[in-house]
Design a protein around this ligand. Structure first.
Ligand SMILES: C[S@@+](CC[C@H](N)C(=O)[O-])C[C@H]1O[C@@H](n2cnc3c(N)ncnc32)[C@H](O)[C@@H]1O
Length: 435
């Protein structure tokens, strides 16, 4: 790539010009870098390159003549540079993104123009056909550092410039996410160990851990990126037996962070998932996972339930829950997609109503009503806002009744303290501590 930089401070590039990757790229013949002093093209007797702005206002403006002549000289010296992509580094330009750096790396030649003071006379930009690119939403004093930023980011995409091609492919932004954390020796530093999963040598587990960490850090720092990533990459599919390994810790983390646990004696949804693993009450055909890049980030489980009508007949219903989403990815519509997708599947499979216990502020947004509005009571004959129902067949719940059947594991998970403790200790040491 042939690069010309036009600046009034050529010395600003002295340090970096021959430095590491920049130097290596030139040594390998992959980059031809030329720094030009705009001042040398000024026809002013004092070689001035700036003047006061028309219309008044603070500061100075770089004059058009030296810039236009500097560009003209380039093309006179090398006719091929007429086709160079001309970029004026400017805070009002379009943002420099990963995609744009990749695009620019395809160019044969770039001409980078560094501004100063208030900027450059617009006529110079128009005459020479400069496009404007910004390195971020802040203002620097000159365009030299932005030009270095742009060129450094572009160069990394030129084949052969970096030692290892993978280092570009796996970095932040390349797949739409920010990068996972890195660790190197020693394995324990300042009493802080490297995550166990990175030391076990299981590549599938390492890849999954890195994806989850990338998802978390992107959600934390860049809600705009994660929103876009989720909407273009999420898949909802039937749960498979092998998903249990991921569903168990997912359920634990999903419920640990939920605010409404403040009033609860303990968090036992992961124990419930464990108990339901072999339960006859589970409706396997209605259990789904949400997957991102091969990682399970959401899960919904259905069990059989029923209510007794006032006349005594027992009417079957289905119940979903736990519904789990990785805490960092909550509020991006994954739970909603899992619920709506599975409810549609339940309707297709002939189920006529869903009854649940859940957050009263959330489920009405999916169409749920208080079960009491249908005349339904809980097993103990009372009603509560968190006991909710949804008709898959209109009128199925009319006349109401009493909830009379649910998977026994729900009560067991809540009441079996000894069973919970034994399971939970093992879960902590075998599942959580191993990433
Ligand atoms: C003080 S700035 C001029 C700012 C200009 N008056 C404005 O408000 O847009 C001087 C020069 O620094 C460079 N510059 C400053 N911030 C930049 C950014 N975020 N991206 C790219 N170039 C920038 C440009 O070359 C610009 O001409």
């Amino acid at each position: 790539m042939h690069v010309d930089i036009l600046t009034v401070f050529p010395a600003a590039f002295d340090g970096i010009k021959t430095h590491s990757i920049w130097g290596r790229a030139q040594d390998k013949g992959l980059l031809s870098l030329n720094i030009h002093d705009i001042r040398m093209h000024s026809t002013d007797k004092h070689r001035r390159t700036d003047d006061t702005p028309f219309g008044g206002g603070a500061g100075l403006v770089m004059t058009a003549q030296p810039v236009v002549d500097a560009v003209g000289q380039l093309t006179m010296d090398n006719a091929q540079l007429t086709g160079a992509r001309r970029i004026y580094l400017s805070p009002r330009g379009k943002p420099l993104t990963h995609a744009l750096t990749k695009e620019l790396a395809q160019e044969q030649a770039l001409t980078l123009l560094c501004g100063h003071y208030e900027g450059i006379d617009q006529r110079a930009l128009d005459i020479c056909g400069f496009e404007e690119i910004s390195i971020g939403d802040y203002v620097l004093t000159g365009g030299e550092i932005p030009a270095m930023v742009l060129l450094d980011a572009v160069m990394r995409h030129i084949p052969g410039v970096l030692g290892c091609a993978e280092s570009v492919e796996e970095e932040s932004f390349s797949g739409g996410l920010l990068e996972y954390p890195h660790f190197t020796r020693p394995a324990i530093y300042n009493k802080k160990p490297v995550p166990q999963v990175l030391q076990n040598g299981n590549h599938a587990d390492i890849t999954r851990w890195r994806t989850i960490e990338s998802l978390k850090i992107t959600a934390q720092n860049r809600p705009d990126l994660i929103k876009h990533y989720i909407s273009s990459n999420i898949t909802i599919r039937k749960e498979r037996p092998g998903d249990y390994r991921q569903v168990l810790p997912l359920t634990y983390h999903a419920f640990t962070d939920l605010w409404y646990h403040i009033d609860r004696r303990r968090i036992d949804e992961h124990y419930l998932i464990y108990l339901l693993k072999k339960s006859k009450s589970v409706i396997n055909k209605l259990c789904f996972v949400a997957e991102l890049n091969g990682v399970v980030v959401g899960h919904i489980l259905y069990t059989k339930s029923a209510f007794r009508r006032p006349g005594g007949t027992v009417a079957p219903t289905c119940t979903f829950g736990p519904l789990s989403v990785l805490p960092e990815l909550q509020r991006y519509g994954i739970g909603r997609r899992l619920a709506l997708h599975s409810m549609e599947a339940a309707r297709d499979q002939g189920w006529k109503a869903v009854i649940i216990t859940g957050i009263p502020e959330y489920y009405p947004k999916l169409g749920f009503k208080r079960a009491a509005d249908f005349g339904l009571t809980m097993m103990d004959g009372t009603t509560a806002d968190y006991f909710m129902a949804y008709e898959l067949e209109s009128g199925y719940l009319a006349g109401g009744g009493k909830h009379c059947e649910q998977a026994p594991e729900f009560t067991q998970a809540e009441e079996d303290d000894a069973g919970f403790e034994a399971f939970h200790q093992q879960f902590i040491s075998e599942v959580l501590d191993n990433g």
